[in-house]
Design a protein around this ligand. Structure first.
Ligand SMILES: *Cc1c(COP(=O)(O)O)cnc(C)c1O
Length: 374
């Protein structure tokens, strides 16, 4: 069939400009390379998870950013700034998503990127970062302290370290608040739930919400909720103690390795965001995290990192305790994709039965029958 091209309503201008769709609130000119494609991620209603959990659950799918995490919003602003201010090298301290995101965005803009990694970095994570060929420097010492030691170099060296809660990053992170509120318009969600580690993301999102409120664009600010892993929960500990000051905690091992900061640089600010908006902070066990990751896949169709699944685990406990009402609309921010790691270690066991191809018909019939009875 011959369909005339004119029959389609082509509108090249309609394509989302993502996080740059409100240029007046960002102090940058147009972004170079993949920096332009950060943000603009879907917000979808999760009907089956809503039924399961008992509230109106919306998923903000940040896994669709260029390197699979919300960090691209902050890398996009940082790299754009560097490209426009003749900064030769951006630096970051990271063993994972932050490094990958900074390196990828810098590569596409022709800005140098220096990544400081600890000697304990797992090889599979290093492989992900190395694809973009940043300059990698393995540092032996105290990784927690490296965050601050690197920032101190900004004053003397020709490199600009943009670590987790750098102001340049926060400008990018705040665009998530603009986007969610625009996607929800004319309503405002009752609650916004994020995982928290350094507290940089939460700080940026809070900044965006405050700007929107001050501009009169939203009537009420959603309550901000943060979820941590039990093995690294300094913000939750301070919240539960009724304190406004986050003290460092001993950090243990957790499946949610992207949120394992025991001494968060923006912990106090993230906690203030929660208190000012009337939200809460909690922490969840690895078993609850893996259960939520599975529910997101099997009832939501989304493959996320354990660090993102904590949101759904936290929402479940808040709905059970009545902190979040069954009639409330809740946005879970799914910060990172699960495609960077293995899916189900038990996949071999998940294969039900083996059959010979000659028995295909009866095999398929039996499988369909067992699906019905599930
Ligand atoms: C970095 C990261 C977080 C935590 O963000 P902070 O700004 O450190 O609080 C959460 N989820 C994923 C997937 C991340 O990569």
């Amino acid at each position: 069939m011959d369909t005339p091209r004119e029959a389609f309503d082509w509108n090249p201008n309609r394509a989302s400009t993502g996080m740059w769709s409100h240029p007046d609130v960002l102090p940058f000119d147009s972004p170079p390379g993949i920096c332009a494609s950060a943000g603009g991620t879907p917000l979808t209603f999760a009907a089956r998870l809503s039924d399961d959990i008992g509230c109106s659950l919306w998923l903000k799918d940040e896994t669709q950013n260029p390197t699979g995490t919300y960090k691209d919003r902050g890398s996009a602003t940082s790299v754009t700034y560097a490209a426009q201010h003749d900064i030769d090298a951006l630096g970051t301290v990271s063993v994972g998503n932050m490094a990958m995101s900074t390196a990828a965005n810098a590569a596409s803009a022709g800005v140098g990127c220096l990544v400081l990694v600890p000697s304990t970095i797992p090889p599979e994570r290093l492989e992900l970062i190395a694809q973009y060929e940043p300059t990698l420097l393995e540092v032996h010492g105290d990784y927690g302290q490296l965050y601050y030691d690197a920032l101190a170099l900004n004053e003397t060296e020709d490199v600009l370290f943009v670590n987790g809660d750098s102001p340049l990053r926060l400008e990018g992170y705040k665009t998530l608040a603009y986007e969610v509120c625009e996607q929800f318009h004319p309503e405002t969600p009752d609650a916004l739930v994020l995982p928290a580690s350094s507290g940089g993301h939460a700080s940026g999102v809070w900044k965006g919400l405050c700007e929107l409120r001050d501009a009169g664009a939203i009537e009420s600010v959603p309550r901000m909720y943060l979820v941590q892993a039990s093995a690294a929960n300094p913000i939750a500990t301070a919240y539960e103690a009724g304190s406004d000051v986050v003290e460092p905690v001993e950090q243990g091992e957790t499946v949610a390795y992207s949120i394992s900061n025991g001494n968060p640089p923006s912990g106090n600010r993230a906690l203030a965001a929660v208190r000012r908006t009337g939200g809460g902070v909690t922490s969840v066990s690895d078993a609850e995290i893996l259960d939520a990751k599975r529910a997101l896949a099997t009832r939501g169709g989304l493959c996320v990192e354990p660090a993102s699944a904590v949101t759904v685990a936290g929402i479940r406990t808040w709905v059970q305790s009545g902190e979040i009402g069954s009639d409330e609309s809740v946005v879970a921010v799914l910060t990172g994709t699960g495609f960077k790691e293995m899916g189900r270690p038990d996949a071999a066991e998940a294969v039900g039965r083996q059959i010979d191809q000659r028995e295909l018909r009866s095999g398929v019939r039996a499988a369909v029958e067992s699906m019905r009875s599930d």
